[in-house]
Design a protein around this ligand. Structure first.
Ligand SMILES: Cc1cc2nc3c(=O)[nH]c(=O)nc-3n(C[C@H](O)[C@H](O)[C@H](O)COP(=O)(O)O)c2cc1C
Length: 237
């Protein structure tokens, strides 16, 4: 977890320029006011093949995925917790996720708000043996939500907040600046795996793109590392 060795100065600069905190969050949100609602659709003159939707279970799970912002303080149990974390596992020496050059720059942490026997614990997921390590303590959701950029739109308490932490040096040491791109893409893989599991479990989730980077990094105890906070996902019922 070495400090950034500046192997990718432009990615680092981009990262700094997209940092959110309590000072610049209002400017970020202000930008939403002039939001263009209509997404320009690409349209070619001919449609040459009408496709069918699959009728299988995987398709149903994908179809039922949606963002939810209302939670009811539901306590998740070990079975559900195991199901959610299984998205990031290594089974038979093989990860359930692809990674550029097998560098796996993403690590998964979570803040437990309503998790049986783990309330107010911060956990790290050990993918090799599918276990959780308690790495610290956290406050309740109500005290944390102000640094998630989503405090106003979420009602009730989620059970858990996953945090996808990137370690750029692992990947930029091989790919240079383009490694930063790969890291962000890979974070999306982890999140999509999780969202589909949430859908399968008939639970609720939403991605949180407005996390205050440094505050979250400090909570995780990663302030002296090159870790970057890519995104959060809250889950519950
Ligand atoms: C990168 C990313 C960041 C997001 N950040 C937030 C967020 O901070 N707060 C929020 O309420 N929703 C957030 N969302 C959820 C989107 O608003 C949501 O996916 C979109 O409106 C489509 O709705 P659906 O997920 O229900 O299909 C985020 C989604 C993505 C992909």
């Amino acid at each position: 977890m070495s400090k950034n060795q500046n192997l990718s100065p432009l990615f680092n600069l981009f990262w700094e320029n997209t940092n959110l905190n309590d000072k610049n969050i209002l400017g970020f949100v202000d930008g939403f006011v002039n939001e263009e609602k209509n997404i320009e659709q690409i349209k070619y003159p001919t449609k040459d093949l009408e496709l069918d939707y699959p009728k299988d279970k995987l398709y149903k799970i994908m179809k039922n995925r949606q963002s939810n912002r209302q939670y009811n303080n539901y306590q998740i149990n070990k079975k559900q917790l195991s199901s959610l974390f299984s998205c990031f596992a290594q089974v038979d020496n093989h990860r359930l996720l692809s990674s550029a050059g097998g560098k796996y720059p993403i690590e998964v942490y979570a803040l437990c708000f309503n998790v049986n026997k783990f309330n107010n614990k911060i956990v790290y997921y050990n993918y090799e043996d599918n276990s959780l390590s308690i790495v610290g303590s956290c406050s309740n959701w109500d005290d944390i939500k102000s640094i998630t950029g989503a405090g106003d739109v979420i009602t009730g308490e989620p059970s858990i907040m996953f945090i996808f932490v990137g370690f750029p040096n692992r990947v930029v040491s091989k790919y240079g600046e383009r490694g930063g791109r790969f890291l962000l893409i890979e974070s999306g893989h982890y999140i999509q795996n999780l969202l589909l599991r949430v859908s399968y479990e008939k639970m609720r989730a939403v991605e949180l793109g407005g996390l205050f980077d440094n505050d979250i990094k400090n909570i995780l105890g990663l302030e002296n590392s090159d870790a970057i906070i890519t995104l959060g996902v809250i889950c519950g019922k």
